[in-house]
Design a protein around this ligand. Sequence first.
Ligand SMILES: C[S@@+](CC[C@H](N)C(=O)[O-])C[C@H]1O[C@@H](n2cnc3c(N)ncnc32)[C@H](O)[C@@H]1O
Length: 282
Amino acid sequence: MPEEEPYWLSRNPTEQQRLARQHEVWTKSIGYLLHPSIARILPGNARIADVGCGTGIWMTEMAKSSPSTYQFDGYDISSAQFQSTDTLPPNVSLNSESDFKKSYPENLVGTYDLVNIRLIIISMGEGVWESTLRNVLTLLKPGGAIQWIEGDFFVARGFRGSSSTSSGGHFLTLGQLKLNGTLKERFGYNFPNWMNMFTEAGLQNVEEDVLSTDRLPEQRSDFTEIGLGAVFGGLKNLSSTKTEGYWTEQEVGEYRQKAIEDMKSGAYLRWDLHVSIGFKAL
Ligand SMILES: C[S@@+](CC[C@H](N)C(=O)[O-])C[C@H]1O[C@@H](n2cnc3c(N)ncnc32)[C@H](O)[C@@H]1O
């Protein structure tokens, strides 16, 4: 289990903007907000929970293209990134102080047709994926669906771009490996085998869609910018703990600059996006 640590992505307006940008770029590369195998079976009065919802952007975008009879409820441990309630569609609610690692209140158990989870990897680790999955599945009605979207940044590295001026992306790789090493060794981070984990949790009709972030070449620089922000933002936050083996804030700044030069030359960061789905038994 990861030991208790500062949430190493900040919760502030810059992070809010990063989440909005990330949403746009990820959705374009994945090609849908909701996996087609789930979209086609949702009832007309679907109740949908978005767990670890951040700003709530997945729900507000879903609401634009779904029947107004759907109800979306977002849950997060913190309200710091919530969009203001006056900008929310009437069928979207945001609820804070909801910890996906703790049992849900009785009145929510068995009430949802769909649970969506996206990008909570930084709160996960060995064994935590499985226990969190079992906990969130209690929210589902029999036959209800789960969609869980994560990026596997353990396979991320820099690549030489197509332009003749591109570097090999050495500093993009270096920053990513530095962060990955720390997350694995110090905090016990891992990336699960989704098909096994979903099947072992008793889910049926499990599917996993794996997409490469360079699927759409025109999005390579967007993914690189997003990844670079997360990698060097994370390394900067970790540097504040002043632990041996971490880069100092000054080193983070210097390596960040070199990684930016890699990016400007045309090199890019690439990793895998996983969309995993399954259905609770009837
Ligand atoms: C990287 S953000 C992703 C937000 C959103 N799912 C999206 O894709 O835009 C991760 C979110 O998980 C929330 N979170 C972290 N630990 C949590 C926990 N134990 N229970 C509920 N939410 C948590 C954070 O507050 C943050 O809003």
